[in-house]
Write a protein of this length. Structure first.
Length: 193
C-alpha cells in the first residue's frame, strides 16, 4: 500500500496534466484521496501544501468543508435545538436519521444541491476543489458514495474528495474504518488509495 505522500504525489501529477487524469467521465470530474482517519491533521496540512503547489501551476484551489455544509444544513432546516430535542426524546439514531433526511431530501437542505451551488461560479478550466472534513458525516449521517453518485452531471469542476477510511480490495472503501460499516465501492471515480 502506498504512503499518504505517495498518494498525494500521484494525485498531484494527475491534476497537472491537461486535461487532468483524475476521471473517465466528463460529467463526474471527481476523485477520492483516501487516508487513514488517524491522519486527519496531517492530511489537512498536506492539502494546504498541495493547494499551494497547484496554484503555482496556475490553478485556483477552493476548499469546501463538508462539516460546514452539514452545520449549514442543520441551521437552515429546523435548527440545532430541534435535533438536540429529538436526540433527548428518541436517541442518537433518530437524530442522525433526521439529519440524513435534511441532507438527502430536496425539500430540505439537499447536500448535492448545496455543493453544486458552491461549485456553480467556478471555472472548470481554472479551478480545482478540495472537499475536506468528510469525517463530520460519521458514523452514518450521509454516505460519501451517495454524494458522488448524486453529483454526476452537476459540475465540470475537478473535485477531490478527501476520504478518511480504509481501502478493501481495489475499490472498496470503509468510511472512518468503522467495522460495522460495509465497504462501499464506486467504480466510476479514481481512488488514490
Amino acid at each position: 500500500m502506498l504512503s499518504l505522500k505517495d498518494r498525494i504525489e500521484l494525485l498531484e501529477n494527475d491534476l497537472k496534466t491537461v486535461p487532468p487524469r483524475i476521471s473517465v467521465h466528463h460529467d463526474l470530474p471527481f476523485a477520492i484521496l483516501r487516508y487513514d482517519p488517524k491522519e486527519e491533521w496531517e492530511v489537512r496540512r498536506e492539502a494546504k501544501l498541495l493547494a499551494t503547489r497547484m496554484e503555482d501551476c496556475g490553478k485556483q484551489v477552493q476548499t469546501i468543508s463538508l462539516a460546514e455544509l452539514l452545520w449549514e444544513a442543520i441551521a437552515t432546516s429546523e435548527g440545532l435545538d430541534a435535533i438536540l430535542e429529538l436526540e433527548r426524546e428518541r436517541g442518537f439514531e433518530a437524530a442522525q436519521e433526521q439529519v440524513n433526511i435534511y441532507l438527502s431530501d430536496p425539500d430540505w437542505s439537499y447536500l448535492p444541491q448545496m455543493l453544486a451551488e458552491r461549485l456553480r461560479s467556478l471555472d472548470p478550466a481554472k479551478n480545482i476543489v478540495f472537499l475536506l472534513r468528510s469525517a463530520a458525516m460519521a458514523p452514518a449521517i450521509y454516505q460519501m458514495s451517495k454524494l458522488l453518485d448524486e453529483m454526476q452531471g452537476r459540475t465540470r469542476v475537478v473535485t477531490i474528495l478527501f476520504y478518511p477510511g480504509t481501502l478493501e480490495g481495489t475499490t472498496g472503501l470503509r468510511f472512518m474504518a468503522l467495522k460495522e460499516r460495509e465497504a462501499m465501492g464506486n467504480y466510476r471515480v479514481k481512488i488514490y488509495g
